[in-house]
Design a binder for this molecule. Structure first.
Ligand code: 6GU
Length: 248
């Protein structure tokens, strides 16, 4: 997977993603990360400036079309085929695990990070294939959303996580939240580890964990249950929980 981030703040992207698991994946050559400074593609007449006043008036500045276009072309001239170009904007489709899975199958991904009041609409029409938001709140720029997406996508690239199972069983697999985890000591400040986890009975442990996932999802994110992968046994357990909730 090769990421290309078009940004006015390349150091933010590079510093943020060269640590921990993603940094290790870059060192191992499993993914590559290039941060392209849009400022380097400023118009000759504008001496490194890439923003200008909005036509029609109003507050703030707009990023000009040509520097963004040149920065994008600089990247797409080197890639084979025509990569997807993702514009980070609160007006986009909300990023989900299923979009992360889809994007993890691409060879190259281009992220376009806006700042100020946005980017001239004409270049967006010309280069952008996907408009993506990371949630319903407003940030100052697209860099953090790009980093969020790169993190979520990278952990799905084969070899990035040490332990392939950890990707398999974490939150949002089957669209359920993850069960709670415990480590030593067995008793901490008077609180004990659930006895079933100490029993050594794998069947019971698996059943307990599934039930905890279901209970947690019902309590914290009931909306996810509508699209969750549920067995008949899961549904019975949920109905039991719901009946108990109505009693109390
Ligand atoms: Cl992708 N960009 C900005 N500026 N704000 C956001 C966002 C993106 N997603 C949520 N808020």
């Amino acid at each position: 997977m090769n990421y290309h981030v078009l940004t006015l703040f390349p150091e933010m992207i590079l510093e943020g993603l060269h640590t921990s698991i993603i940094g290790r994946a870059i060192e191992k050559g499993l993914i590559s990360l290039e941060a392209v400074n849009i400022r380097d593609f400023a118009l000759e007449s504008r001496k490194g400036r890439v923003d200008d006043y909005p036509y029609g008036g109003g507050a703030g500045m707009v990023m000009q079309a040509e520097p963004v276009y040149r920065a994008c072309r600089h990247v797409t001239e080197k890639t084979e085929g025509t990569p997807r170009v993702i514009y980070l904007t609160p007006q986009g489709n909300v990023f989900t695990q299923s979009l992360a899975e889809e994007l993890a199958g691409e060879k190259d991904l281009v992220f376009l990070c806006g700042h100020y009041e946005g980017i001239d609409e004409r270049v967006l029409e010309e280069v952008v294939t996907d408009y993506v938001s990371i949630g319903d709140y407003v940030l100052t720029g697209g860099e953090l959303p790009a980093m969020v997406m790169i993190d979520a996508i990278s952990r799905l690239v084969p070899g990035v996580l040490n332990n392939q199972e950890s990707a398999q069983f974490e939150s949002f697999q089957d669209n359920l939240l993850e069960y709670p985890q415990y480590s030593r000591p067995e008793e901490w400040r008077g609180k004990c580890v659930p006895p079933v986890l100490l029993s050594g009975h794998h069947g019971n442990v698996d059943q307990w964990r599934r039930e905890q996932s279901l209970k947690r999802t019902l309590e914290r994110r009931p909306d996810l249950l509508e699209t969750a992968d549920l067995t008949e046994k899961d549904r019975k357990y949920l109905n039991k929980l719901l009946a108990n909730m109505e009693e109390t």
